[in-house]
Write a protein that binds this ligand. Structure first.
Ligand SMILES: [Zn+2]
Length: 66
């Protein structure tokens, strides 16, 4: 019986996009590329905030031009 040895068994290490902590890229880490659920939520929240923010160009408010 021959066992095929996989060359690189060491998991990939990435940086958490939120806090920059090293994160082991493994299937068990369901928060990857984040280090924790908290960091994932923070990032998703940031995205949502960006998404829902309607760009408001600087324009004079007619009500205040009195
Ligand atoms: Zn993090």
């Amino acid at each position: 019986m021959t066992l095929v040895t996989i060359g690189s068994t060491s998991p990939r290490i990435v940086s958490c996009p939120t806090c920059g902590k090293p994160v082991t890229w493994v299937a068990e880490n369901r928060f990857r590329p984040f280090c924790s659920e908290r960091c994932k939520q923070i990032d998703l929240g940031a995205w949502a905030a960006e998404d829902y923010r309607v760009p408001q160009p600087e324009q004079p408010d007619p009500d205040e031009m009195n």
